[in-house]
Write a protein that binds this ligand. Structure first.
Ligand SMILES: *Cc1c(COP(=O)(O)O)cnc(C)c1O
Length: 359
């Protein structure tokens, strides 16, 4: 069986071909160590070098200042929804922007362990959009202002991050490594790896050291960031294989020219796809033009029957994972860093032929 040509899945998502080849080899034997990468002690030198390479790669590519610690954790972005609040609320209310499916999840979970407030709510807007900066109500009494940088389900993205008196906390699961991060405004950024960084199993948390340090000592050891800050994320067995592949992805992004090059390429891919959507009235983008995501492109066809037919033809053409999230329906093309331009070209071409036949 041959692999699908292009995988548009929202996550776990496409990884660079070079990374897959190298990782598959390392499952048998890794870099002259005589060992499978799956069977190395996390306390040994060979693994430690890969672990440190992943951390250094993230720091270099994302230009993370020394005042921040980079942590490699487990539990996914979903664990961060409550972990962030446990560590950073520190007795103060925390403000949330409710922008879609994922922001709502973060808000609800945080509400179980801290006092949360709604700073803005754009969930019911049609077309889907992020709040305008002028709509955000937050104050200096907040511990932080939470944002979801890219709403993976709704296909919306903050184009400009808000400036707030309190530090920003950003769920960047689906656009980290695809855009610049203004660190002076952030207190913490988190991301599950399986969209733009690597395989599932590792969660990247980048936290201002002074904020992590002040978290209550009553937090269970694995949930307290400071535990992992002090141990370089080696307090217990880390998700070694996922971290190894993450290291390979940082090598790959560097070879492509870094985050700025990724951002330029991503915009070109997204522009092409949105142009195909906007060309006639046949396809309809579901996100407001000013807030359209460059990572998850959501659109509809004139009817659900046509959407089904389109998905079938796409699968037959080797284009997989285009079904929209079950909560919103429609179609979604996730075109993360590792999606080649040829994948978008193939999709655009299918859209044109499908429209000619059915439009
Ligand atoms: C996928 C996703 C999550 C959930 O990530 P898990 O690693 O599955 O917990 C949270 N937030 C955003 C923005 C996502 O895209």
């Amino acid at each position: 069986m041959t692999r699908v040509k292009f995988n548009f899945s929202a996550g776990p998502a496409v990884l660079p071909e070079e990374v897959l080849k190298e990782a598959s080899q390392a499952v048998v034997e890794c870099g002259g160590t005589g060992m499978s990468v799956l069977c190395m002690s996390h306390r040994g030198g060979a693994y430690e070098a890969l672990h440190m390479e992943a951390l250094a790669g993230l720091r270099e590519l994302l230009r993370v200042p020394e005042s921040f610690a980079i942590l490699l954790l487990q539990g996914g972005a979903t664990q961060q929804f409550s972990q962030v609040a446990m560590n950073l609320a520190q007795g103060k209310p925390a403000d949330y922007t409710l922008t879609g499916q994922w922001a709502e999840g973060a808000y609800k979970e945080a509400g179980k362990v801290a006092t949360v407030r709604v700073a803005a709510d754009s969930r019911k807007e049609k077309p889907a959009r992020m709040p305008l900066l002028s709509e955000i109500k937050t104050g200096p009494d907040a511990a932080y202002l939470h944002i979801t940088s890219n709403e993976t389900v709704d296909g919306t993205q903050w184009k400009e991050f808000p400036t707030a008196p309190a530090p920003l906390v950003g769920d960047m699961s689906s656009d980290i490594m695809g855009r610049d991060i203004p660190w002076d405004r952030f207190g913490l950024v988190y991301a599950g790896a399986q969209k733009n960084l690597g395989p599932a199993g590792v969660t990247v948390v980048i936290v201002r050291k002074d904020l992590a340090e002040k978290a209550p000592t009553t937090i269970p050891v694995m949930l307290r960031y400071q535990t992992h800050v002090e141990k370089d994320s080696l307090h217990n067995t880390p998700p070694c294989f996922s971290i190894y592949v993450l290291a390979l992805v940082t090598r790959w992004v560097k070879a492509q020219g870094g985050v700025a090059a990724m951002a330029t390429r991503n915009k070109a891919k997204a522009d092409k796809l949105y142009a195909a959507i906007d060309r006639t009235g046949f396809y309809r983008g579901t996100a407001d033009k000013a807030h359209r995501s460059v990572m998850n492109v959501t659109f509809r066809l004139p009817s659900e029957d046509l959407e089904k037919a389109f998905l079938k033809e796409a699968e037959a053409a080797g284009l997989s994972g285009l079904k929209g999230h079950r909560a919103v329906g429609g179609l979604r093309a996730s075109i993360y860093n590792a999606m080649p331009a040829a994948g978008v070209d193939a999709l655009v071409s299918l859209m044109e032929t499908f429209e000619k036949k059915n439009g």
